[in-house]
Design a protein around this ligand. Structure first.
Ligand SMILES: Cc1cc2nc3c(=O)[nH]c(=O)nc-3n(C[C@H](O)[C@H](O)[C@H](O)COP(=O)(O)OP(=O)(O)OC[C@H]3O[C@@H](n4cnc5c(N)ncnc54)[C@H](O)[C@@H]3O)c2cc1C
Length: 458
C-alpha cells in the first residue's frame, strides 16, 4: 500500500508510459508509473526496428501523422540533453517492380502533405551511388533524408530515469488488476497493494483494451496482436549500407526494412503476422529463412554473412490504423491505445498531447534534473575506450565491468538478464553470452531478482 495520493498514475512501462511519466513529472505532477513486470519494456517496446520516423508515410491528417512529426523534432532537441544517440542515416524507399515504381509519385505527394518536404525521387543509379551493394533489380527510390536510427532501449530508460530523478515513483511488479473511482480519486488494486491517484493514464500497450474493460467496464478498441520477426546480421555486414532501405509499404504494414542498427549491426525485418497471443514473441525457422532470402535480394552481399541474433516484437494493433487516444474527463481517465508501429518515435509527442488532454496546472520543479545515459552506440565513444576502463567482461560487445556496475547502481537497475542486456549490451554480440555468461553471472546474480541462468534473455 502506497499511502500518498498521486496526481497521475500511468499504467504501463513501455516507451509510451515512460515518456508520459516524464512529461507529467517535469510539469510538476506527482506521478507514479505502475508496471506489471519487474522492469520497463516488457511488451511491444522491447522488440522494434528502432527507426526515428519522420511520418512521411503516415495517413495525412491523422493524429499519428501529427504526433510522429512533432516527436521527431522533440527527439532531435532532447537527445543531446540526455546523451541519447542518433544515427543520421536517412532512408531510401526502393521500388523493385514496375507497379511499385508507379506508386512513388503518390508516396512523394503524401510525404509533402505530411509536411515532409525534403523527399525526392532518385533514379536507381543515384540510389546505388549511396548503396553500391543494392540488389540489381532496384528501379528507383524515394529519398527521405531525416529518417534516422536510434537506441530503442536507452531512450525509454532515459525518459523514466528523468521522471524518477524529478520526483516520480516507478513501481514494478505492480500490475493493475482492478480499480474504483469515487468521483475524485482512483483506488487501483495492484500487485504492490492499493495505489491512489486522481487521474489514470492507460498506457498498457498490448493489454490496453483489457485494462479498459476491467476498470471502465468497456473498451472502445480491441487489440489485434501483430508479430514482427527480425534477423540481426553480424557487424561485418555494416560495410554494405549506411542508410535505411525501406520497401514500398502496403495498407497493412511498412514492410521488411534493411537498416543499420545503432549498435553497428544490420537489421532485417519485421514481418507482420496476425496472432491471438499477446505474449508469444517466438521466432520460427521458415519465416526467418524467408526474411534472409528477402534481405539477400535487397542487398546480395548479405549472403554468407553470419547472423548474430534473431528476435520478434508484437505490435499493439487495433481495428483502426490511427492511435486510439481518448480522454474521459468525468472518470479522470486517459486512454493511450493502439500505438502500433510508430510508438518509439511518437512517445514524446504522445506524452505532450496527453498532458494537454489532462489540462491540469501543476507547479514544475524549480530545476529540472537531466540524467546522462551511458552510450552504447557503436559510432560514439564507448566506455572501453575511456581511461581506467578496467576489466572487459563481454568481449564481443566490449562491455566493461564498470558499465555493468553502473547499470546495477543506476536509479532504475535491471531486475533480470534481459534488462541487463538492454542496458549494457553484455551478451548481445556474436557469442550471445557463450563466453561471458559465467563471469557475468558471478558479478550480477546476487543483484538481480532473476539470476542469469533462470531468466528470459530477451
Ligand atoms: C516489430 C515492430 C517494429 C517496430 N518498429 C518501430 C520503429 O522502427 N519505430 C517506431 O517508432 N516504432 C516502432 N514500433 C512501434 C513501437 O515499438 C510501439 O509503438 C511501442 O513499443 C508501443 O509502446 P507502448 O508503451 O504503447 O506499449 P508496450 O511497450 O506494450 O508497453 C505497455 C506496458 O504495459 C505493461 N502492462 C500491461 N498491462 C498492465 C497492467 N494491467 N498493469 C501494469 N502494467 C501493465 C506491459 O508489461 C508493458 O510493459 C515497432 C513495433 C514492433 C512490434
Amino acid at each position: 500500500m502506497v499511502s500518498l495520493c498521486f496526481d497521475v498514475a500511468v499504467v504501463g512501462g513501455g516507451v509510451v508510459g515512460c515518456a508520459i511519466a516524464r512529461e507529467f513529472a517535469l510539469a510538476g505532477a506527482s506521478t507514479v508509473l505502475l508496471e506489471i513486470a519487474g522492469d520497463i519494456l516488457a511488451g511491444a517496446s522491447k522488440g522494434n526496428s528502432a527507426i526515428l520516423h519522420t511520418g512521411f508515410d503516415a495517413v495525412p491528417g491523422s493524429l499519428e501523422a501529427r504526433l510522429v512529426a512533432e516527436s521527431h523534432a522533440l527527439y532531435l532537441d532532447l537527445h543531446r540533453k540526455l546523451n541519447l544517440p542518433l544515427l543520421e542515416t536517412g532512408a531510401h524507399l526502393v521500388a523493385w517492380t514496375e507497379d511499385q515504381e508507379a506508386q512513388l509519385p503518390a508516396i512523394l505527394a503524401a510525404a509533402h502533405e505530411n509536411g515532409v518536404a525534403d523527399v525526392r525521387i532518385l533514379t536507381a543509379a543515384a540510389a546505388r551511388r549511396r548503396t553500391p551493394a543494392l540488389g540489381p533489380a532496384a528501379r528507383a527510390a524515394v529519398e527521405i533524408p531525416r529518417e534516422y536510427v536510434i537506441d530503442p532501449w536507452s531512450a525509454p530508460l532515459a525518459y523514466l530515469t528523468q521522471a524518477v530523478e524529478n520526483g516520480a515513483t516507478a513501481l514494478f511488479g505492480a500490475g493493475v488488476t482492478d480499480g474504483r473511482f469515487d468521483g475524485a480519486v482512483w483506488r487501483l488494486q495492484t500487485g504492490r497493494g492499493e495505489v491512489r491517484a486522481r487521474f489514470v493514464v492507460n498506457a498498457a500497450g498490448l493489454y490496453g483494451d483489457w485494462l479498459e474493460r476491467s476498470l471502465l467496464g468497456a473498451s472502445r478498441f480491441a487489440i489485434h496482436p501483430r508479430k514482427g520477426q527480425f534477423v540481426v546480421y553480424d557487424k561485418a555486414a555494416s560495410k554494405l549500407l549506411d542508410t535505411i532501405l525501406l520497401p514500398v509499404p502496403t495498407s497493412r504494414t511498412k514492410g521488411v526494412v534493411v537498416c543499420p542498427t545503432i549498435f553497428g549491426n544490420v537489421l532485417v525485418g519485421p514481418t507482420a503476422e496476425e496472432q491471438d497471443s499477446r505474449a508469444d514473441s517466438s521466432t520460427d525457422e521458415a519465416t526467418l529463412r524467408r526474411l534472409k532470402a528477402e534481405a539477400e535480394r535487397i542487398l546480395p552481399g548479405l549472403a554468407g554473412m553470419p547472423v548474430t541474433a534473431i528476435y520478434a516484437g508484437i505490435r499493439p494493433a487495433t481495428e483502426e490504423k490511427d492511435y486510439r487516444i481518448f480522454a474521459d474527463a468525468e472518470r479522470h481517465w486517459i486512454t493511450v491505445g493502439g500505438i502500433r508501429s510508430t510508438g518509439l518515435t511518437a512517445a514524446l509527442g504522445i506524452a505532450r498531447h496527453v498532458l494537454g488532454l489532462h489540462g491540469g496546472a501543476f507547479t514544475p520543479p524549480p530545476e529540472i534534473v537531466w540524467p546522462q545515459m551511458p552510450n552504447l552506440a557503436e559510432h560514439l565513444p564507448r566506455d572501453h575506450q575511456a581511461p581506467g576502463r578496467g576489466e572487459i567482461v563481454c568481449h564481443c560487445e566490449l562491455v566493461t565491468r564498470r558499465e555493468i556496475e553502473a547499470a546495477l547502481e543506476s536509479p532504475l537497475p535491471p531486475s533480470d538478464p534481459a534488462g541487463l542486456k538492454r542496458r549494457t549490451r553484455a551478451m548481445m554480440g556474436r557469442c550471445q553470452g557463450f563466453h561471458c555468461a559465467a563471469r557475468l553471472s558471478a558479478l550480477v546474480d546476487a543483484r538481480l531478482s532473476v539470476p542469469l541462468g533462470a531468466g528470459p534473455l530477451s
